[in-house]
Write a protein that binds this ligand. Sequence first.
Ligand code: SF4
Length: 254
Amino acid sequence: MAPKLDAELRKQLAARVDYYREMGIHDFYRQPIPESAVTAEEDSGQAVEPTEAARPLPIPNDKPVALRLIREDIGDCTRCVLHKGRKNLVFGVGSVNADIMFVGEGPGADEDQQGEPFVGRAGQLLNNMIAAMGLKREDVYIANVVKCRPPGNRTPERDECDTCMPFLLRQIEVIRPKVIVALGAVAAKNLLPVNDSMANIRGRWFDFKGARLRVTYHPAFLLRDPRQKKEAWKDLQAVMKYLDLKPKSKAPEE
Ligand code: SF4
């Protein structure tokens, strides 16, 4: 029989679930409820206070702590098949106070090896794009839609993205960036209710839970088709204009 929770704990849980729904998070993972959190009502007819561990915790104002809690919730994740091939789970990196958050698709071989997003050739190009904006990599926050490397660098499947997205949404909620830059179609289509071509979703602003969102090309695509760098630079210039950033150089080089 399902354990019985006391009325106050039930109310707090409902409030927490509403909070996540407002953020667009609808999938929840069950964790076993510690026995001590279950009221003794069924046995004795008397409700007992849940332990501290069983109470839903508020999101801490301390951003590093909040991010650490998300990382702890992910744990040694096996929620989707991507866990099977990973060497390292790639959580995210950068400033907790970043105004800009870059969101990519998923880790590649170098990222899987090092446990950090965008550290290979595409990462070098992203660093150059960030530098061209007059910023350092440490000034922004970088994360991916899926946190484990898809085998052979294939595009992550719909269910894999859906399973992993709640963690990214929680990271965004903690960082509270002014601008989110979606790198490529997978990031854009997971963050936005759009199913359009890059040509149609680039070049305009979207609202995303209090932030502004801009879509540009994924650096790995720019490595394959360097002619599009000019277009990506236009996207970044729009972000710079919005944030009143001054460029350091004309356009990012590989
Ligand atoms: Fe878990 Fe995300 Fe990795 Fe899938 S990709 S195993 S949901 S962390």
